[in-house]
Each structure stands twice: as structure tokens, then as C-alpha cells.
Design a protein around this ligand. Structure first.
Ligand SMILES: [Zn+2]
Ligand SMILES: [Zn+2]
Length: 347
């Protein structure tokens, strides 16, 4: 469960911009942070929650709490631009609700744009890829079918939304407001891994780290064989990018508490993945399927966590395979078409 933290909170950047943080329950028992940036060229909302009814209400209450806590009366209708950090439902699912209150244009990185603008297509294509991934994992047919069913069950009804502007690293973020194009004064760092189009947003000396860097947990990883521009190779490179970034006083993540030392947290998360890579390597001293690797990492998991565990295990197996540390142990068998399950062995 991603933790509920103190809310609302207020932070002031080195250039006197204010960032309001609201922690809201995005799914039952699962919390996420939404941010409002004030004092720059346009009042900007960063992420929207999941779009579930209870979450939409929590978002409204979050705005109302700003007046109680800080004497600042703001509502969704005041928002002039919406920026989405990445294409996961807990971050963009509330777009339709937000757009009922404001005509603010929506921006996202190009690699996650289709998730927002062609969601129905995304669901079909992604579940087909997940299905063929699960075929290689070594599950019973019943377990595979159960997971697929869970994956396909819609958490929220999301109707696709057009995207109005794109977030590109190295370029100004320009939002098309009714009054004309406005530079939102955000610096974009593209950090693929947890999702293809994930961005960290620098607001002066504060970095909105989204789900790239969180204060407590290591953000979920899945293999690139399911979705391009995900996977551990991209993620570790993206952590290194943040590790090298200078002048960040504070990080504000998509979940959990503020991060006091973003650079160090990037190093710590990378270290924990290296330790896990060693664990996977050791467990493949005898040939293992992804399912077997998952069991050796996490023991037995239940419900949706089974799928998450298989993705996490697969991301590490894929990385070791890419780096020549694992080989396929049952090539002959696969070639003869007897079974599609791949067994991995350390070399
Ligand atoms: Zn998230
Ligand atoms: Zn995410």
C-alpha cells in the first residue's frame, strides 16, 4: 500500500513559486500525490488522480483544504494548464473530471501520449503483449487466465482525451492557453523505465520526481519485452540521469513523502536493483522460469501482486540476459515447439 502522508503541504521554490501538495486516495487504500504550481506563468496542475468517483471527490476536498490550511482559495476551475507525469491510471485517470471544470490544455510526454489519447487501443495491444509474456513465464493455464482476466478488468472507465501539448526534454514546455502560448517555466527530464514517457519536472530548485523516484519504495519495473522504453536498462540509466542533476533541494514524488536528498535516493534505488540482480543471478544457478525466479524473490504472492511480481522478476531476468549473464537453458525444447516456457540459467 502506498502510504498516506500529511496533506495538504506547501513548498516554496528558490524563485518564489509555490507548490501545493495534496495526498489523495487514488484507489481504495492506495494514495497518490497531486500538485498545483502557483506563482509562475500559469496555474498548473500536475497529475489528476485516478478518476474514480471517490478520488474525484478527494481531489475537490484537497483543493478546499488549501484554504483551510494556507488561506489560499483555489479550485479546479482556476487551473490553466494540466501536466501529466506519465500514463498510469492513478496519475491521468481524472483528466475527464478535471476537464469538466476547466478548459486547461493537457500536456504529456510523447511516449505516453497514446495512452491518454487512444486508451482503448492501448488496452487491447498491451493485454495481448502481457498474454504472450505470461505464456513464457511457466504458469499453470488456470493461473495465467486468472491473471489476464485481472489485467483486463477495467479499474476505471476512462474515455480517451486529446493531448494539447508535449513535454520534451531540453525544450520549453509551451501550453496553448486561450490568451496565447505560454511557457510554463518547467524543465523536463525524460526518465523512461517505470513507464515509457515518464518525466521528472524541475520547478526551480524543487523536482517533481513522479513515480521515477519515491521516498520509500522502489517503483515497479516491467520488462521491455512487454512495452518498449520500459525495462531495467532504461530505468537504471534514468536513475543515473537524476543522480547527476545538480541543484535539487527537494524532491516531491507521485506517492509518499517528500525526498530530502533526491540524488542519494537515486543511488540507493539503483543499489537495491543491483542487489536484486545478484539475487536473480544466484537463483538461476539451477535453470528457472520467470515464475520460479519470482517465487525465489517474493515467496508466494496473491491477487494482482502475482502479476506485478512476475513483471518485476522478468525485468531483472531481461536485464541479466541483455548483459550476457543468463542463457536460455532449454533452447532445443523451445525449438521443437514442445513448450513456450523459457528456462534461464546463470553463466
Ligand atoms: Zn503512481
Ligand atoms: Zn506509475
Amino acid at each position: 500500500m502506498k502510504t498516506k502522508v500529511a496533506s495538504p503541504q506547501k513548498f516554496v521554490t528558490s524563485d518564489e513559486r509555490t507548490i501545493y501538495a495534496m495526498c489523495i486516495e487514488v484507489f481504495p487504500g492506495f494514495y497518490g500525490n497531486v500538485y498545483v504550481i502557483e506563482g509562475g506563468p500559469a496555474l498548473t496542475l500536475v497529475d489528476t488522480g485516478s478518476g474514480m468517483d471517490a478520488c474525484n471527490e478527494a481531489l475537490i476536498e484537497g483543493f478546499a483544504s488549501l484554504e483551510k490550511s494556507f488561506g489560499r482559495k483555489l479550485e479546479l476551475a482556476d487551473i490553466e494548464a494540466v501536466v501529466v507525469t506519465h500514463g498510469h491510471m492513478d496519475h491521468f485517470g481524472g483528466l475527464a473530471f478535471v476537464r469538466k471544470q476547466t478548459q486547461a490544455p493537457i500536456g504529456v510526454h510523447v511516449l505516453d501520449r497514446r495512452i491518454l489519447s487512444h486508451y482503448e487501443e492501448r488496452v487491447v495491444v498491451a493485454s495481448q503483449r502481457v498474454a504472450s509474456y505470461l505464456d513464457t513465464c511457466g504458469l499453470s493455464e488456470a493461473a495465467r487466465d486468472r491473471l489476464l482476466q485481472m489485467y483486463r478488468a477495467p479499474k476505471v472507465h476512462y474515455g480517451s482525451m486529446p493531448v494539447d501539448f508535449l513535454l520534451n526534454e531540453g525544450e520549453a514546455v509551451i501550453a496553448p492557453l486561450p490568451s496565447g502560448n505560454i511557457d510554463l517555466g518547467l524543465e523536463v527530464l525524460h526518465v523512461p523505465g517505470h513507464s515509457p514517457g515518464l518525466v521528472c519536472l524541475r520547478v526551480d530548485d524543487i523536482m517533481l520526481t513522479a513515480d521515477h523516484i519515491l521516498s520509500r519504495i522502489t517503483p515497479h519495473q516491467a520488462p521491455e519485452s512487454i512495452t518498449l522504453n520500459m525495462g531495467l536498462s532504461h530505468y537504471l540509466e534514468s536513475l543515473h540521469k537524476i543522480e547527476k542533476t545538480v541543484g535539487i533541494r527537494l524532491g516531491l514524488g507521485g506517492h509518499e513523502e517528500p525526498i530530502v536528498d533526491v540524488n542519494q535516493r537515486a543511488v540507493d534505488i539503483a543499489d537495491s536493483h543491483r542487489a536484486r540482480l545478484d539475487q536473480v543471478f544466484d537463483s538461476c544457478a539451477t535453470p528457472k522460469s520467470i515464475s520460479g525466479v519470482g517465487k525465489s524473490l517474493f515467496g508466494s504472492l496473491h491477487g494482482y501482486n502475482v502479476l506485478l511480481g512476475l513483471e518485476e522478476a522478468g525485468a531483472h531476468v531481461e536485464y541479466l540476459y541483455q548483459h550476457g549473464q543468463l542463457v536460455a537453458a532449454n533452447l532445443d525444447e523451445i525449438e521443437q515447439g514442445e513448450r513456450a516456457v523459457l528456462y534461464h540459467q546463470a553463466v
